[in-house]
Design a protein around this ligand. Structure first.
Ligand SMILES: NC(=O)c1ccc[n+]([C@@H]2O[C@H](COP(=O)([O-])OP(=O)(O)OC[C@H]3O[C@@H](n4cnc5c(N)ncnc54)[C@H](O)[C@@H]3O)[C@@H](O)[C@H]2O)c1
Ligand SMILES: O=C(O)C[C@H](O)C(=O)O
Length: 227
């Protein structure tokens, strides 16, 4: 089972919850963790657009778990806690860890490939291991709490940097409407979307290139569901 298989069940649930939010709390910030995030965020967006209350600064796909996983795997290797940026989306090859951005980290090509794969498919590993009994419950809760905490701090006036899957013009030329990258948050939600670091490796650039058609397919699937 992949996150995409969850579409049939979750698309309707997210649409209905988004519809209720659009009616009763249209200015609330929506944190969407239900899979497939690459489609459920476009679903919520389209519902808000239809209701005439859309504000792209306030709808977030929660991808923090990918950063938690990547940081844990590299932390184990380096023997200390490090932050590993992860960009793109939240499913398979759309999850792109940027190991090039971790100071002092040296990986052979084989290690880099294996760790990239582990971050991209770690969630599927857990789903398979639980064999029908749900997904990565506790780490998802931790990742969700971490993201909610960032938003609450931003709400309270702090300028916070977080990674999130949001409406973004970074790959507009390629026809993509959503992408997860570093965002500055303030009390209104997304204040600024930061570009990819210039120093990412050729390998990572290629991963981004390969993820774009997959992300596009998922966002179209979500938007079409509402249309
Ligand atoms: N983005 C992430 O990092 C991430 C990580 C793990 C899981 N997930 C996703 O989170 C979701 C939940 O995963 P889980 O393992 O906790 O699943 P789960 O089956 O343990 O829990 C799902 C919950 O949703 C409730 N529910 C079912 N239909 C509903 C409806 N119509 N309205 C409201 N609630 C309803 C169920 O009663 C149940 O309590 C899944 O979509 C999963 O793929 C996302
Ligand atoms: O629910 C899933 O399919 C997996 C989840 O998105 C995860 O990353 O653990």
């Amino acid at each position: 089972m992949t996150r995409d298989d969850l579409f049939n069940t979750n698309a309707g649930i997210v649409r209905d919850l988004a519809q209720a939010c659009a009616e009763v709390c249209p200015t609330a910030k929506l944190l969407i963790i239900s899979n497939p995030v690459n489609s459920t965020v476009p679903i919520a967006t389209e519902v808000f657009k239809k209701a005439g209350v859309h504000d792209a600064k306030k709808i977030f796909g929660v991808t923090s778990l990918d950063l938690v996983r990547a940081s844990r795997f590299i932390g184990d290797k380096l023997g200390k806690i490090v932050d590993v940026p992860v960009v793109g989306g939240h499913a398979g090859i759309t999850i792109i860890p940027l190991f090039s951005q971790v100071k002092g980290l040296k990986l052979s090509n084989e290690e880099r490939d294996a760790l990239t794969h582990r971050v991209q498919f770690g969630g599927d590993e857990v789903v398979q291991a639980k064999d029908g009994l749900g997904s990565a419950t506790l780490s998802m809760a931790y990742a969700g709490a971490r993201f909610a905490d960032s938003l609450l701090r931003a709400n309270a006036g702090e300028e916070v940097l977080e990674w999130a899957f949001v409406r973004s013009d970074l790959f507009k030329k390629e026809g993509l409407e959503y992408f997860s990258t570093y965002v500055k948050l303030d009390k209104n939600g997304v204040k600024e979307i930061l570009p990819l670091p210039e120093t990412i490796s050729e390998y990572e650039r290629e991963l981004v290139k390969n993820a774009i058609p997959e992300l596009k397919k998922s966002e179209t699937k979500g938007a079409s569901f509402v249309a």
